[in-house]
Design a protein around this ligand. Structure first.
Ligand code: GLP
Length: 241
């Protein structure tokens, strides 16, 4: 793993944006694996600026998102579909038809999960997967557990995740209790992974993920088995390493 700790937000953002932009410059039809959460927002904003300046084009890129809440409509202000449009897709020249987010409103979620994996298999592998990390070590919405799933699946979110994500909703009660997420198998198939973490609240999870034992109780620790991971941290997230 290549671990970089940045003193400034600007360096964190520019490095993340440069890594993504240089892949797309060298492979215009790259397949990107995208994440939501606050960690990648600055990087997405910078990519939009680079796109406007003509430095990089996403016109041939396809994108697969990691996860989506179950139980809210896709145009809900906190759906990950809305998040991606507001923070990236509406501001770059990507063809929306080439953007994919698990459809949590599908009639049959099991069929939807299988279809998502099939699409990834046919159009993948993902060239570059962006990942955040939950303060409990989750990646996508793969929560710590005795066992993890390889493929895309529906799961119950843990109380700590509901609490962490309550800040985006009017109350804890409104946070969806379930989600669809790509499984750890799907994530690990990406050719390259960039893990992003910022803030003191992530320091323990980052330490466990990068230096702890490889365990399903810290899903991000599985990244230690991946041959091509770049970790971008701010000083607080990296403080326990
Ligand atoms: C949510 C997402 C994860 C993301 C995590 C971290 O739980 N499902 O994919 O990694 O948030 O979010 P943040 O970057 O806001 O800390």
């Amino acid at each position: 793993m290549n671990i970089f700790t940045f003193k400034t937000e600007e360096d964190f953002v520019q490095t993340g944006a440069n890594l993504i932009a240089s892949l797309v410059q060298s492979k215009p039809n790259a397949v990107l694996g995208l994440a939501t959460g606050s960690s990648p927002i600055g990087i997405y904003t910078r990519l939009a600026e680079m796109n406007k300046k003509g430095l990089v084009s996403f016109s041939q890129v396809s994108a697969y998102n990691l996860d989506e809440y179950v139980g809210i409509s896709e145009d809900h202000s906190q759906s990950y579909k809305t998040f991606m449009k507001e923070n990236l897709f509406n501001h770059i020249d990507i063809n929306l038809q080439n953007t994919h987010i698990p459809n949590a409103n599908a009639e049959d979620l099991e069929v939807e999960c299988k279809a998502y994996d099939l699409a990834l298999e046919q159009n993948g592998p993902v060239d570059l997967q962006i990942l955040g990390i939950g303060s409990n070590g989750h990646i996508g919405f793969n929560e710590p557990d005795d066992h993890l799933y390889g493929g895309t699946h529906v799961l119950d979110l843990l109380e700590e995740t509901l609490e962490a994500n309550a800040r985006f909703f009017d109350s804890l009660d409104e946070v969806p209790k379930q989600a669809i997420t790509m499984g750890v198998g799907g994530i690990m198939k990406a050719r390259q992974i960039i893990l992003l973490a910022r803030g003191a609240g992530k320091a323990e999870a980052v330490k466990a993920a990068l230096q702890g034992p490889i365990t399903t109780q810290c899903p991000a620790s599985l990244l230690q088995c991946h041959p091509n991971v770049i970790v971008l941290l701010d000083e607080k997230a990296g403080s326990l390493l």
